[in-house]
Design a protein around this ligand. Sequence first.
Ligand code: UDP
Length: 139
Amino acid sequence: MATNRTFTMIKPDAVANGHIGAILNDIIAGGFKIVAMKYIQLNEETAGNFYGVHRERPFYGELVRFMTSGPIVAAILEKENAVEDFRTLIGATDPSKAVEGTIRNKYAKSIDANAVHGSDSDENAAIEGNFFFSMFERF
Ligand code: UDP
């Protein structure tokens, strides 16, 4: 995957609260093109693999429980400087610290149920995108 791409998930809280459409609007208005997208539910194995880097952190069990609690939207997004610009668009991990107007500021309730995921590096964007999408599922 080219380095002008990032990977996102609309997390179970935002899906359950009816924010899929509004979040996709914000993403598109932010200049991102959707190059792959699917609506799926993670299980313990897939969520555990995705968040494997956090396995030793105290919130890991709760994170896997939360991420498997309902469907998510997974997507690969394209834009120049995608990883950094998308992290700016979503705001800080803790929504109470997220800048006004960011996706987490508008749609997230807590540091764990924080509405969206955004890759933190080009390398992880490629790993995460490849985890969810085969080469036949992305443009
Ligand atoms: N998380 C949590 N408690 C914390 C920190 C993080 O539940 O104290 C969850 C939260 O859903 C976050 C995810 O773990 O989005 C990954 O954490 P990271 O620090 O990588 O934040 P992000 O890159 O998502 O902003």
